[in-house]
Design a protein around this ligand. Structure first.
Ligand SMILES: [Zn+2]
Ligand SMILES: [Zn+2]
Length: 266
């Protein structure tokens, strides 16, 4: 499963998916053991009770250790990967930036919608409009992207990478973007100078109850981990947006025209 064709990032996604279904597998395992009589004093069980309990101890004790071992393995190989990457970055710096190819790069990324006036907001907190030039927050003299800096617009090449990221950030929206200008290409994505948002994809269910269909954008105040917090626009169902003042609500059509980007339902 973890041969050298699977990148550490891809392996992490796989393990996280397995961990998510771990409770289901455990319930099934316990159900089967119960049926086989592991927890009762049934006479002449089809499988010896001792064997079943030994299996249970193995399951409880060893499987989590396997998960831990796999995470350590993934951690090690992604360290190795980033060392190689850092090396490649060293080589980047000696290349004349003006010689880099200027071509359109198509990709996918996640954004929140924040602010009293709805604005695209990267998961790292940078604000941008549908058509924007990157700005460096670390050094005002930079014209992003600068090789030895982090500045510039990022995007994944593959939609599935962005979708996996969204499963960890359920309040975010999926953007389809084109990047232009000077850009750096990485194994799984790009970093570039300018960005145009082509479309926004939202999930059909309410972001709060995760049950009813999403209907209305609702502005609510989120406390920040470090900063003072911010207004965040969540897409909610009719039930979860009841009682919210009209000033704090926007229809999907209104939000589309404010952000100047077409929306699609996933
Ligand atoms: Zn910079
Ligand atoms: Zn709801």
């Amino acid at each position: 499963m973890f041969n050298h064709y699977v990148s550490p990032a891809r392996a992490t996604q796989l393990v996280v998916k397995l961990i998510r279904i771990y409770p289901v597998i455990t319930a099934v395992v316990l159900g089967v053991l119960y049926q086989l009589g592991a927890f009762t004093d049934k006479q002449n069980p089809p499988v010896s009770r001792e064997l079943l309990l030994q299996f249970l101890y193995f399951y409880v004790g060893v499987i989590p250790l396997i998960f831990i071992a796999v995470f350590i393995f993934i951690g090690n190989s992604s360290d190795k990967e980033s060392r190689i990457r850092a090396n490649e970055n060293q080589q980047f710096t000696i290349v004349d930036a003006f010689d880099l190819p200027q071509e359109k790069m198509h990709g996918f990324k996640l954004a929140l919608i924040t602010g009293p006036l709805p604005t695209f907001t990267g998961l790292t907190g940078d604000l941008y409009e549908y058509d924007a030039q990157a700005v460096c927050s670390l050094n005002p003299e930079h014209v992003p992207p600068v090789a030895e800096c982090e500045c510039g617009f990022y995007a994944y090449k593959e939609q599935r990478d962005a979708k996996f990221e969204r499963s960890i950030n359920p309040g975010s929206y999926l953007l389809d973007v084109d990047l232009y200008g000077i850009g750096f290409e990485y194994e799984r994505g790009y970093r570039a100078e300018t960005q145009v948002v082509n479309s926004l994809t939202y999930q059909p269910r309410c972001m709060r109850c995760k049950v009813f269909p999403a209907k209305t954008f609702v502005k609510s105040f989120r406390l920040g981990f470090q900063g003072p917090g911010s207004w965040e626009w969540q897409l909610r169902c009719q039930v979860c947006s009841q009682g919210v003042e009209t000033d704090n609500k926007l229809s999907i059509a209104q939000m589309q025209s404010l952000l100047k980007v077409p929306f699609t339902k996933q």
